[in-house]
Ligand binder design. Structure first.
Ligand code: HAX
Length: 432
């Protein structure tokens, strides 16, 4: 058995017992009151879910199992050629709560290489779609088409004991994560290149190999994928992609159904699709202003025009965060290190100065600061990936690690079917 699975075998029973005790002895303790505004307002701040893998502080940003992004950049092992953390290391941390050793990482890399072949019928399912189908639609179809492979579904049919659910969910997760780079790379090559599969390079790590399979063989692109896949993985449990995966998984749908559903949520412009919208919006600015780097005055006018036309400024604002997203800052550091002169990076930096005061002056957005999606596109364009409709698929490959690690823990601690209570406006009127 792998080091990762045996570690889970060791820690799950103890944690399950601890959760059982908490539920038994402290089940009546109140977490929060819910207001009418919260019920109509998308449940902001309502504390009603358990997610172990990460926690989001409005001011500080994300902590993965207690570690900030700068801490992980320092503590997680990196590839021999670079300095960015390996996403396999983050996955080990999300799964176990402990920092991985080099050996732990090497084992996951090898296991994902061995499990990484996409079943033939998945290519056929994708090929049945028109080539110009949005990459996120192809991604969702490609994930759910693999449901034929679900070990959990087969074990459930045989009558597996509830205590053991997490084990086939673990196997499904490892297979799915191993194959996502091949799936995403195929969607990229099919949508924008000649559609010929680029075979995996067994000498590379998960992120480096993903870059290679999409046809990007520079060290900078491999490093970009490593940091990108690490920082997008998890953002506690209430965001739409995580919450949807959790909700669908709570019915004991297998991870193929659950992740595909989560990815459909990520594909919304208020969530993960914002990364493509940011690039589209910046390109519009450049087009309308005749190319080159616009002036601050030009940018201010463009932001006000966007607001006046009833649209949001993509990449700014957040449902929880109230300061600059540390995932934005990590990407800014990458740009400062590798591409400080890049023209689009200069526009992104200028927007950082221009947008927050305007959103504050407009007085609607609770958070005027940039989120993760404000920065990722320019790093990709600089490295030769111009097809911005594809960007959310990269986000999805990363997000899968967080939401699937959580799904394993959901089954490990026996979380039940999720079923909150809804109310009618008639009822609300009756209690006023
Ligand atoms: N531009 C213009 N208006 C904005 C805004 C922005 N960037 N952010 C918020 N607002 C507006 C809202 O639309 C809302 O207006 P109404 O009262 O007219 O409905 C008002 O300000 C209050 O919103 P809020 O409470 O500050 O924000 P929400 O929690 O409702 O929404 C969003 C959070 C991220 C959806 C929002 O900030 C937004 O639309 N941002 C732009 C899209 C974006 O970047 N999304 C990606 C977020 C990060 C993420 O999930 N990545 O995957």
């Amino acid at each position: 058995m792998s080091l990762l699975k045996s570690k889970l075998e060791e820690i799950i029973p103890k944690f399950r017992e601890e959760v059982g005790e908490i539920r038994k002895n402290h089940g009546d303790k109140k977490l929060c009151d819910v207001t009418v505004a919260q019920a109509y307002g998308g449940m902001r701040g309502v504390k009603v879910m358990i997610t172990e893998t990460s926690a989001l502080d409005p001011d500080e940003g994300i902590r993965f199992r207690g570690f900030t992004i700068p801490e992980l950049q320092e503590k997680l092992p990196h590839a021999a050629e670079g300095e960015e953390p390996l996403p396999e290391g983050l996955f080990y941390l999300l799964m176990t709560g402990e920092l991985p050793t080099e050996e732990n990482i090497a084992e996951i890399t090898k296991e994902w290489q061995e499990r990484g072949t996409l079943p033939e019928h998945v290519y056929k399912a994708i090929d049945a779609l028109p080539k110009d189908t949005h990459p996120m639609t192809q991604f969702s179809v490609g994930i759910v088409a693999q449901q034929t492979e679900s070990i959990f579904a087969a074990e459930y049919r045989k009558g597996i004991n509830k205590m053991d659910y997490w084990k086939p969910v673990y196997e499904d997760t490892m297979n799915l994560l191993a194959r996502l780079p091949a799936l995403a790379a195929y969607i990229y090559l099919r949508s924008y290149k000649d559609g010929k599969v680029i075979p995996a390079d067994p000498t590379l790590d998960w992120g480096g190999n993903f870059a290679h399979m999409m046809g990007f063989d520079t060290k900078m692109f491999r490093e970009l994928m490593r940091i990108y896949l690490t920082i997008h993985a998890d953002h506690e449990g209430g965001n739409v992609s995580a919450h949807t995966t959790h909700l669908v998984g709570s019915t004991l749908s297998d991870v193929y159904y659950a992740l595909s559903a989560g990815m459909n949520g990520l594909a919304g412009p208020l969530h993960g699709l914002a990364n493509q919208e940011v690039l589209r919006w910046i390109m519009d600015v450049k087009d309308q202003l005749g190319g080159g780097v616009p002036t601050m005055e030009d940018l201010k006018k463009f932001v006000w025009d966007t607001l006046a036309s009833g649209n949001v400024v993509p990449g700014y604002g957040h449902a929880v965060l109230r300061k600059t997203d540390p995932r934005y800052s990590a990407q800014r550091e990458f740009a400062l290190k590798h591409m400080p002169e890049d023209e689009l990076f200069q526009v992104v930096s200028m927007l950082y100065e221009v947008v927050p005061p305007i959103l504050l002056e407009q007085g609607k957005a609770k958070n005027p600061w940039p989120n993760v999606d404000a920065h990722s596109g320019v790093l990709l364009v600089h490295n030769g990936m111009h097809e911005y409709d594809f960007y959310t698929v990269l986000f999805g490959v990363s997000r899968a690690m967080g939401v699937l690690a959580s799904t394993i823990w959901d089954r490990a601690i026996g979380l039940p079917l999720e079923r909150p209570k809804s109310l009618t406006t008639e009822y609300i009127k009756s209690i006023l």
